[in-house]
Design a protein around this ligand. Structure first.
Ligand code: PGA
Length: 254
């Protein structure tokens, strides 16, 4: 696939996989994807597996991501994990503001922006998630919602940092439901996101930001989705939990 930007495909394991199961998965991915140079490949295991997975992928082309982090650097925040702690395991990416955290942990755009700033301070690339619910789409509010999330979640990010930030467009109605946005629906919102980033930062920055699509990405729909002009990668949930489906998504995207 001929694109100016390198695709980035990340597996969001969510609350799945013990250490042993996670190691099996990445060992398989290393075998299957040893020769893939065209895509940045990322796995995002739960915190408890970061240490072991980090060692396992050390000399491979697979990079490590986390699923969340604190906006604080250290201190009395029970149950939280700071960017500097992730850095110890060579974590390079962190998913922020996933719709599940927005929904279940009530994370706000303001909090997501604080986390994004803290991630950059530790040289970790944030993957900032945005996306509308079915209700919001049906009410014709997709652009309004996505714009509000972008402005709020990226507040305080410099242009330089923005180039190292990934935006993931994940329509909530497509996550874990088997309902994928059509390639045209995805492209429409991705183009809108890039236009907004042009206004918020600059055209040069907007062109360099990678915008992932997420929501029921599978081997069967990956090629067409990645073929869209403004789709620069994928954030994959369910299909990232198996060697075959995750590696086929990557191979089909090249
Ligand atoms: P899904 O999840 O691929 O299982 O729909 C995507 C995500 O939540 O990142």
């Amino acid at each position: 696939m001929d694109k100016d930007i390198k695709l980035v495909i990340a597996g969001n394991w969510k609350m799945n996989k013990t250490v042993a199961e996670g190691l099996d998965l990445v060992q398989g991915l290393k075998r299957e994807l040893a020769n893939v140079k065209e895509v940045d490949i990322v796995v995002c295991p739960p915190f408890t597996s970061l240490s072991e997975i980090s060692k396992e992928i050390m000399h491979s082309s697979i990079r490590l991501g986390a699923q969340n982090m604190s906006e604080h650097h250290y201190g009395a925040y029970t149950g939280e994990v700071a960017a500097g702690m992730l850095k110890e395991f060579l974590v390079r990416y962190v998913i922020l503001g996933h719709s599940e955290r927005r929904q279940f942990q009530k994370e706000s755009d303001e909090l997501v922006s604080k986390k994004a700033i803290a991630a950059h301070a530790a040289q970790i690339k944030p993957i900032v998630c945005v996306g509308e619910t079915l209700e919001e789409r049906e009410a014709g509010n997709t652009e309004k919602i996505v714009e509000r999330q972008l402005k709020g979640s990226l507040a305080g990010i410099t242009s330089e940092q923005m180039e190292e930030t990934i935006v993931a467009y994940e329509p909530v109605w497509a996550i874990g439901t088997g309902k994928t946005a059509s390639p045209e629906q995805a492209q429409e919102v991705h183009a809108f996101i890039r236009k907004k980033l042009t206004f918020m930062f600059s055209e040069t920055v907007a062109k360099r930001v990678r915008i992932q699509y997420g929501g029921s990405v599978k081997p069967q729909n990956a090629r067409e989705l990645m073929g869209q002009a403004d789709v620069d990668g994928a954030l994959v949930g369910g299909a990232s939990l198996e060697i075959r489906s995750f590696s086929d998504i990557i191979k089909n995207s090249i």
